[in-house]
Design a protein around this ligand. Structure first.
Ligand code: EPZ
Length: 423
């Protein structure tokens, strides 16, 4: 298993290009199952999660070709069973259920495992499928959905932790080929949901309201192939803004959509940083110290849970006590124990991290866990005294395209150590 060594103390400057969004590309790749015609998707990031999704599509019988950032998929003859040995690697595989149900009226996918950020139920997805007149069964570790005919209806998909992103995606995809009109109340409004809706509309789907809590889909007979470019990854962009806030003098991010970064930019401005926003670029300058914050993660357009760990790393530098409350995945604090090993002073009270700032961090061997927690440890290493060794970097490679090379390009002293593969 590779590891990343971060030598702390270097200042970052210059510019970095942000990749296409992982959380947009995954459901859009799944949506290619809705048509027998070829779909061409540009700006697909080179990530292991994307590789797993392409494996699943191939296993289902689709022809898949990748040429650098462009993926072409043609799913003319497909099976409807996604097996455990592939699905277990990535829980987002659950988003093939909706297109398979829409196209073939049946699907069987191995249940996604839990993960370190907490239990990952799919009860809201099943609530939506049942509302479309599908039967759902969970047996022997698989989830099966099937319907003689899919009928549109009005449903509310919100759960106790708020809307579901992939649940909204799944129902929207299935509903494009259902009879009649489907209305999703309590829908997720993330930019990635909007990007998927725009892709489906290009395929001939009739969708209104994407980006709001109420999405309506009028079913059509069939969908056709199309071409699409995936939006920039707002979480990768946010991660690099925090890197710049921690270790930068002045860093510019290229190929971003500033509208998708509003809550992140606001938090960094409140913490005392200067952000210069242009059409598809954003520059962050430090302006002296870091002010402490009270942050609460919320569904979009609130502050994203996927940026919580990175902000905890930053707020160790704040002049005062910060409180970070996690409402989407209340257990998502794997990074806290590792940051404390580096000298951070943080207490957990339920789903709130209390961060006593102005602590000097020292490099240490740390263990990567969830994708964003792992990125937070690399960021902390940028300003830690000495060397931080981040193990199990496959977690990071799931969601960040060449994070070590991009940070090195900004001046960080960072290296990837390839561990010999066990024989
Ligand atoms: C998506 O996951 C993202 N993944 C996650 O990003 C992100 O953290 C999450 O949305 C929230 O924004 C992808 O898009 C591939 P949810 P998703 O369904 O859709 C509960 C990353 O780091 N829930 O919106 O799986 C759930 O437990 C990843 O890139 C149910 O109770 O998340 C959670 O508390 C991590 N029942 C809340 O809803 C359900 O059926 C939000 O989950 C589904 C979800």
């Amino acid at each position: 298993m590779d590891k990343i060594l971060v030598h702390g103390g270097r200042r970052l400057s210059g510019s970095v290009r942000i990749s296409g969004s992982k959380n947009s590309a995954l459901p859009i790749l799944a949506a290619t199952l809705l048509t027998a015609e070829p779909c061409v998707i540009h700006c697909v990031p080179d990530l292991s999660d994307i590789h797993y999704m392409l494996q699943i599509l191939s296993h289902l019988g689709a022809q898949v070709e990748r040429a650098s950032g462009t993926v072409t998929v043609q799913a003319d003859k497909i099976k409807t069973v996604a097996p455990y040995e592939i699905v277990r690697k990535m829980r987002a595989s659950v988003c093939v259920l909706g297109p398979l149900l829409g196209r073939h009226r049946e699907a069987k996918v191995s249940l996604p495992g839990g993960c370190v950020i907490g239990d990952r139920p799919i009860d809201l997805h099943l609530r939506g499928f049942r509302a479309l007149n599908a039967a759902c069964r969970v047996e022997a570790g698989d989830v099966k959905v099937f319907a003689d005919e899919l009928r549109g209806s009005t449903m509310n998909l919100e759960g106790k932790q708020g809307p579901t992103v992939l649940g909204t995606d799944n129902i929207m995809m299935a509903a494009t080929l259902a009879e009649g009109v489907t209305v999703i109340e309590g829908a997720a409004a993330e930019p990635e949901v909007v990007d998927l809706a725009n892709f489906l509309i290009k395929m001939g789907a009739k969708i209104e309201g994407a980006g709001t809590r109420r999405i309506s889909i009028e079913g059509v007979k069939q969908l056709h192939g199309t071409e699409h470019s995936v939006i920039p990854d707002r979480i990768e962009a946010g991660t690099f803004l925090v890197a710049a806030a921690l270790a930068g003098t002045e860093v510019t991010l290229r190929r971003v959509n500033p509208d998708h970064l509003f809550s992140i930019s606001n938090a960094l401005k409140e913490a005392g940083f200067i952000l210069e926003i242009q059409r598809d670029q954003i520059t962050l300058r430090s302006n002296g110290g870091v002010r402490p914050l009270e942050l609460i993660t919320e569904p979009y357009p609130g502050f994203p849970t996927d940026m919580q760990a990175q902000m905890c790393a930053l707020l160790n530098r704040a002049n005062g006590v910060s409180r970070v409350t996690e409402t989407v995945f209340p257990q998502r604090f794997m990074h806290i124990s590792e940051l404390k090993r580096m000298g951070a002073s943080i207490e957990l009270e339920g789903a709130t991290a209390i961060i006593h700032g102005a602590t000097e961090l020292s490099g240490a061997p740390v263990m990567a866990s969830d994708l964003r927690a792992s990125a937070a440890l690399v960021l902390a290493g940028l300003v830690a005294e000495g060397v931080t060794e981040v193990n199990r970097v496959y977690h990071i490679d799931r969601g960040y395209e060449s994070i070590d090379e991009k940070l090195a390009g900004l001046g960080a002293h960072i290296e990837r150590v390839k561990e010999p593969r066990p024989r």
